[in-house]
Design a protein around this ligand. Structure first.
Ligand SMILES: Nc1nc2c(ncn2[C@@H]2O[C@H](COP(=O)(O)OP(=O)(O)OP(=O)(O)O)[C@@H](O)[C@H]2O)c(=O)[nH]1
Ligand SMILES: [Mg+2]
Length: 391
């Protein structure tokens, strides 16, 4: 399953963000280093279920009113402070949790109500742009540390053969999802001699490799308390304004059947007959006002953007019956698979099962009932029947 990590300085709202997406029971508090050990949970990307377009929404049991939620894994880690790579705060050892992450959501306290270490300060005191910058620097230094750990040994092994050195380093960094081709491109971009690279050059290389291997998006969190100026500056850096605390309140109230609200909706409504206390009504009114300003709480949008825009994933629906859009048991649109852009019908067959892949004959686009070329790239929302010699 795809793994998305949340990272940021202490007390910026990572665990709140995590809990609002997973409803896992994790600790949240207004002081630094509330989280020490990483939390892993399942979150869902939101997309349009094809059932409506295909006229089978009455029998589709996999979506909520045409909104489909597809699982991804989410990771919440401890906070990172400036100079963590030199051992400050909890150091950056825990960043090793991020090794396996496909992408990172960089959570930033857009309200400026926490200092560089995450201690509470007056709203607006800290410039959140500084948080974005130091985090990127710490990530790069963490990656540089990993390269530095391996490089001297690999340089000796490669004996002045640069292509061999690049392959060896690729092997050492495979766990970080970095390939030799990406290292080659990064070395060329930096114009360095890898075997003789200085510490500074390795840091530069690490920053490039980080960009390639760990796509990032910024969540400008605590947007409910952030100035317009801060939000505008962060948006310019590609950030999505978020109110994780608001999303958590809405999700909790929805799961207690007090509200009707689907993650990513732009509004919510109390369930008929729900008994809301006066403080609850007050809190919900404030959330509604903020959502009006921002469009929604931004949390679902951030997850969707990192998965679909930054990682370029698509959702494909394999079916066995292309007429009824169902599997052998009659379940309509039973599976929604998150796949990388560029996936072909044959790749999809292998993704379903190795035997189906080995016996692959051809694929049919269930929407048009036409056969698809083996080399065609599947698109977001495709409903596909694979014809294979395997059952
Ligand atoms: N106003 C506001 N406060 C928020 C929001 N999100 C989180 N908070 C508050 O920020 C504080 C820190 O939240 P956590 O989720 O524990 O932060 P964290 O980043 O996980 O902190 P560490 O685990 O210590 O690194 C808590 O008091 C939250 O209620 C938000 O969207 N708006
Ligand atoms: Mg936390």
């Amino acid at each position: 399953m795809l793994l998305i990590a949340l990272a940021g300085k202490p007390n910026c709202g990572k665990s709140t963000f995590f809990k609002s997406l997973t409803l896992a029971n994790v600790e949240i508090a207004n002081y630094p280093f509330t989280t020490i050990d990483a939390n892993k949970g399942v979150a869902y990307v939101r997309s349009k279920c094809p059932c409506k377009e295909l006229g089978v929404s009455d029998t589709c049991t996999q979506c909520v009113d045409g909104v489909r939620f597809t699982p991804v894994e989410l990771l919440d880690v401890a906070g990172l402070v400036p100079d963590a790579h030199l051992g400050r705060g909890l150091g950056n050892q825990f960043l090793d949790n991020l090794r396996e992450a496909d992408a990172i959501i960089q959570v930033v306290d857009a309200s400026g109500s926490t200092d560089a270490e995450g201690n509470p300060v007056d709203v607006g005191t800290r410039n959140p742009k500084e948080d974005v910058e130091f985090l990127r620097y710490e990530f790069a230094m963490w990656m540089a540390g990993i390269i530095q750990k391996h490089l001297p040994r690999l340089v000796r092994q490669a004996q002045n053969r640069e292509p061999v050195l690049i392959d060896l380093l690729g092997g050492a960094l495979a766990g970080l999802r970095i390939s030799p081709v990406e290292i080659r491109e990064a070395v060329d971009e930096c114009g360095i001699n890898l075997a003789k690279a200085t510490e500074e050059e390795i840091a530069e290389l690490a920053a490039v490799l980080l960009r390639v291997s760990k796509p990032m998006i910024i969540a400008a969190n605590k947007a409910d308390q952030a100035s317009e100026e801060n939000l505008a500056a962060l948006k310019e850096m590609g950030a999505v304004p978020t109110i994780a605390a608001g999303e958590l309140a809405l999700k909790s109230a929805a799961s207690a059947k007090l509200l009707s609200y689907l993650p990513g909706d732009s509004s919510f409504a109390p369930v008929e007959g729900a008994k809301l206390s006066a403080p609850q009504v007050k809190a919900l009114t404030m959330i509604a006002e903020n959502m009006k300003k921002l469009g929604n709480t931004g949390v679902q949008e951030t997850l969707n953007r990192v998965v679909f825009d930054e990682l370029g994933m698509i959702i494909v629906y394999p079916v066995e019956d292309e007429g009824k859009y169902c599997n052998a048991k009659g379940v309509v649109l039973p599976d929604a698979l998150l796949l990388p852009k560029g996936t072909t019908p044959r790749d999809l067959a292998f993704r379903i099962h190795t035997d189906i892949g080995n016996g692959f004959l051809y694929a049919v686009d269930a929407k048009s009932k036409m056969r698809i070329k083996d080399s065609a790239e599947l698109k977001m929302g495709d409903v596909i029947k694979i014809v294979s010699t395997a059952k």
